[in-house]
Design a protein around this ligand. Structure first.
Ligand SMILES: Cc1cc2nc3c(=O)[nH]c(=O)nc-3n(C[C@H](O)[C@H](O)[C@H](O)COP(=O)(O)OP(=O)(O)OC[C@H]3O[C@@H](n4cnc5c(N)ncnc54)[C@H](O)[C@@H]3O)c2cc1C
Ligand code: SF4
Length: 461
């Protein structure tokens, strides 16, 4: 008889007033008893709707059945069959719009906490992982550009099939947005490096500080003996607003701000990279990136942090959980508000941001109601820093240096209907480089699909 408790088993979190003063993980994870209790809520539906909601098709009811019996290692083994980064997915996947949105238990209550259970299994098995079995070598080399979730997943799947895989990463640490974007309090960096070590045990080689398009071009990779290339270079080029004052001291792209904090550990005094500790900060944007930047600014000690967003609460693109956490931590939301000018003092330092109030009009091409300015509603917000988090696009370097690789007007790599085959023979692509800024699990799904296609291509060669 399943556990018919309507709500998810609660997961403990650090209290808001405490976590605002530290960088430790906000969510504490389930205990073994809590995990078993939650797993017993699963009905083991025969048609498995939850699996259809997962881009890498984790065998969800199977792994949950192991958890319900207290066999956590068995559960982890099932997850690992299809997911190369379970400790990451369990923490940052938007399960509410993926697997959990399809869960039958969600009809009359809350869905099974699939993400929390996945996280529990990965954490439980962190130091009990079996040595992976290396595949019989196929004697063929594949290059993967970028070590974000798409590149890592593609590399893992290819290594499991016996390919000799090298990942080329521009930064000095592997992980993509997982290391430079998503903060420690949502995704501890030790977890990302442990997942990367697992890939290395599979035989994947990771070369950092290699900028493909500068250090070596895609065409040169082929000349050097790689028979196929996967491009998972993400969408890491920040967009600015094009308003006056954006060159003031104290204006950051969210990308720069988060890279300093997460990758360079600028919040720690024992690290060399500096970051200014601002008193009053406005973060422009309403996505996960904006929430992360605002919550980091609060942890750096800012007295006041605003989210300035041109649409309303319902249109905020960030995960509900992130918005909720940000509010609990005292972040103030200035909704239906858009900056028009950043003001600086005689030394060029930011002193305020001029904003205009908005109202919502008809839906636009994105289906969301278009924000319209209310004439005469200009007002200033006193701040000494403005962080711009209004979106990112792919860096143009690879498209500028690769012959025959088509991109669209947003700079995203064009693919065939399968989503991963590019216009250049032997070159496959996936993740944010193809879709524009999206999610970890979609990037992983693309990495997996590309590995399949690359295997087909090289096997037929
Ligand atoms: C702050 C922030 C918070 C986010 N929060 C969430 C979340 O909670 N949940 C979620 O699902 N998604 C979230 N996302 C989105 C998610 O992280 C991305 O969709 C995902 O990381 C995309 O994966 P990717 O592999 O395509 O690219 P990336 O993770 O961007 O990795 C690309 C890698 O390629 C490298 N690279 C780029 N160009 C080159 C080159 N020329 N040569 C060599 N290497 C190169 C980059 O340095 C980078 O390491 C967030 C994004 C950000 C920025
Ligand atoms: S849909 Fe929900 S209840 Fe059904 S098998 Fe999947 S997780 Fe279990």
């Amino acid at each position: 008889m399943p556990n018919m408790q309507t709500d998810k088993t609660v997961m403990k979190e650090q209290a808001p007033e405490i976590r605002r003063t530290n960088w430790l993980e906000v969510a504490c994870g389930y205990t073994s008893d809590e995990a078993v209790n939650e797993a017993q809520r699963c009905l083991h539906c025969r048609n498995m709707p939850c699996v259809n909601g997962c881009p890498v098709r984790v065998k969800i009811p199977d792994f949950i059945a192991h958890v319900a019996k207290g066999d956590f290692e068995g559960a982890y083994a099932v997850i690992r069959e299809t997911n190369a980064l379970p400790a990451v997915c369990g923490r940052v996947c938007p399960q509410e719009s993926q697997c959990e949105s399809k869960c039958v238990r969600g009809i009359k209550g809350e869905s099974v906490a699939i993400g929390r259970l996945e996280r529990f299994c990965a954490d439980y098995c962190a130091d009990k992982r079996p040595e992976p079995v290396r595949a019989e070598p196929k004697g063929k080399r594949v290059a993967v550009v970028g070590s974000g979730p798409s590149g890592l997943t593609c590399a893992a799947d290819l290594a499991k099939r016996g390919y000799d895989v090298t990942v080329f990463e521009a930064l000095h640490t592997a992980g993509g947005v997982l290391v430079y974007g998503i903060p420690e309090f949502r995704l501890p960096k030790s977890i990302v490096s442990d997942e990367v070590k697992e890939l290395e045990k599979l035989g994947v080689k990771i070369m950092t500080d290699v900028v493909v398009g500068r250090t070596e071009t895609v065409d040169e990779l082929f000349e050097n003996g790689y028979e196929a290339v996967f491009i998972g270079s993400g969408a890491g080029l920040p967009r600015f607003m094009g308003i006056p004052g954006e060159d003031g001291n104290g204006v950051y792209s969210a990308n720069e701000f988060l890279t300093r904090i997460n990758l360079m550990k600028a919040y720690r005094y024992d690290y060399a990279t500096p970051i200014k500790h601002h008193r009053r900060v406005a973060v422009v944007g309403g996505g996960n990136v904006a929430m992360d930047a605002a919550r980091c600014a609060a942890r750096l000690g800012a007295e006041k942090v605003y989210i300035v967003y041109r649409r309303g609460e319902n249109e905020l693109p960030a995960r509900r959980e992130e918005v909720h956490h940000a509010k609990e931590e005292g972040i103030e939301f200035r909704l239906l508000t858009n900056p028009t000018k950043i003001n600086t003092d005689e030394n060029g330092n930011v002193c305020s941001v001029t904003c205009i109030s908005m109202e919502l009009g008809e839906p636009d091409a994105s289906g969301r109601r278009r924000p319209v300015e209310i004439p005469g509603s200009e007002h200033d917000i006193d701040v000494d820093a403005v962080i711009i988090a209004v979106g990112t696009v792919p860096n143009p370097l690879i498209r500028m240096t690769t012959s025959g690789l088509d991109t669209n007007r947003h700079g995203c790599i064009v693919t065939a209907e399968d989503g991963v085959t590019t216009t250049k023979e032997g070159v496959y692509a996936g993740g944010d480089a193809v879709t524009g800024a999206a999610t970890v699990i979609l990037a992983m799904g693309a990495g997996r699909e590309a590995a399949e296609k690359i295997d087909g291509y090289l096997s037929a060669k």
